[in-house]
Design a protein around this ligand. Structure first.
Ligand code: ADP
Length: 194
């Protein structure tokens, strides 16, 4: 099964993707995690994207599409994968379509986690408190506001692209983690014990 987890920053995409990976063997492909490893490694790519990420802006479509195309063809994606943080622009969605077709792959569902802004800020504050010194460079209120704006301007407009294909399933992301997880399982027709 191939999925996209969609939703604003802090909606719980990473949490749910990790769970789906552990319980159902679908590989989590988090572009945020990939980019953070590139930054930590100090590679040329890492140096190029460090400041972009810290500002809450998006890394170029070109870089993102190359990263994802390399990734989805690897053996650990054979059972399926969950895209977490990609696509984030219409250009990325169109490029994804082309790369899936080229690799004879199909997308099964787009899961949209719906969470209101007040809750997103609440979650951000508790994440900042919990992480202490290890807080992400883009996890502060100022940058978070910008990330939300970027989401609204560039990422949310991607949804109609998938609605038109009949792929979007909305999930109430305001509920506790386990309740959200059960709803996702039910929507995907996966049994929790699988
Ligand atoms: P969140 O989902 O909480 O916004 P992520 O960890 O997914 O955070 O992403 C963090 C940052 O990494 C983004 O603000 C952006 O700079 C960069 N990034 C991640 N995925 C993409 C993407 N698909 N396209 C462009 N930039 C991306």
């Amino acid at each position: 099964m191939r999925l996209i987890l969609f939703g604003p920053p802090g909606a719980g995409k990473g949490t749910q993707a990790k769970r789906l990976e552990t319980l159902h063997g679908l590989k989590q492909l988090s572009t945020g995690d990939m980019l953070r490893s590139a930054v930590d490694s100090g590679s040329a790519l890492g140096l190029k994207i460090k400041d972009i990420m810290a500002s809450g802006e998006l890394v170029s479509d070109d870089i993102m599409c190359q990263l994802i195309e390399l990734r989805i063809r690897q053996d650990d994606c054979e059972n399926g994968f969950i895209l977490d943080g990609f696509p984030r622009t219409t250009a990325q969605a169109e490029a994804l379509d082309a790369m899936l077709a080229k690799n004879d792959m199909q997308l099964d569902h787009v899961i949209e986690l719906v969470v209101d802004e007040e809750e997103l800020f609440k979650r951000l504050r508790s994440r900042i408190e919990e992480s202490g010194d290890t807080v992400r460079s883009d996890d502060n209120e100022e940058t978070f506001k910008h990330r939300l704006q970027v989401y609204k301007n560039q990422t949310a407009p991607v949804l109609p692209f998938y609605t038109d294909k009949g792929l979007v399933r909305q999930i109430d992301g305001m509920k506790p983690v386990d309740a959200v997880a059960s709803e996702i399982d039910a929507t995907l027709g996966l049994s929790a014990a699988a």
